[in-house]
Design a protein around this ligand. Sequence first.
Ligand SMILES: [Zn+2]
Length: 59
Amino acid sequence: MPEENKLEVHCLNCQRTDQEAPVVALRYKGRQAWICNQCLPTLIHHADRLADKFAQLEG
Ligand SMILES: [Zn+2]
């Protein structure tokens, strides 16, 4: 696999990596993050919680 595919990706909510669970890309207010399949329901039902986590991202 090419090196660039080894970039570390982890879930915004639970910090699992894409080695441990499928993750999907998110964008919110110009910032990008990732969320795993298990946390996706949290995003849907508690978007406010994840908005707080986005606010803590650098940038
Ligand atoms: Zn997660």
